[in-house]
Write a protein that binds this ligand. Sequence first.
Ligand SMILES: [Cu+2]
Length: 299
Amino acid sequence: MEALAGLTYYTIAISVVILGIIVIAVAYIIIRFRKKSGEEGEPYQDFGSLKLEITWTLIPVAIVAVLFLLTCSTMRAVDPPSADREPDIIIIGHQWWWEIVYPESGVITANEVHLPAGRQLLARLESIDVIHDFWVPELGRKIDLVPGHPNYMWIVAGEPGVYLGACAEFCGAQHANMRIRVIAQTEEEFSEWLTRQARIPETPSTGIAAEGAKIFQEIACMNCHTIAGTPAAARVGPSLTYLATRDTIGAGVLTNTPDNIAKWLKNPAKYKPGSLMPNMKLTDEQVNAIVAYLEALDE
Ligand SMILES: [Cu+2]
């Protein structure tokens, strides 16, 4: 973003200088060469000046050359070398949520991109269905996620904090509810987060949470979701391994509380009409048990 903003500011500065020169010249010419009282007819006309013509050709050529060079250096700063090394992070667009993969540690999460603040990461962007577009305005670069054609970009957040973004390419009914949270942390916080996410959770063996684990495996949840350490390994929907550590569910439609997970499970389409998560027609007991299970994974 800094490189892009720099190019914009230089271009604006050059344009303002040109505008200033033109406004002053026009004002000067209007006053200096205006018709004076007592003068008759057209004022004196002067045609053809090789010197002037060369000047007003060379100056714009020089300005365009400067802008061209500035653009080239910005492109170099912004475009990562594509396939010459493994990406640090893979962002996969789904209708209508984001899958976030950290290939080195094997961590998979959804909708929230955790980053160490100040470190530049190489991101690969893919799509499994239609074209999406990753855009977090404060972090600059907007980039398409094209099925079958991975794109690469640098992603860096200068300061710790939460940076909000959204899908910026119309991708179907719930395009507007395909929100991104980039959570930039200090190096220590980030590596703590990554270690925690990489851990295989223990399946609860007693109480209502154990009941939930059983239900989760018996009904179709595992056809679409992953929970590390269990046979559930599908990636049609977000990984639920550490759902409890995320801020939102449904790519931003609800804040993540046990209550809201229960509401979501009862009827996803109420919060995200057209969502690819079906209404599983769960009873209240099943919902409560599954919520207890998903929450217990983070203990
Ligand atoms: Cu999208």
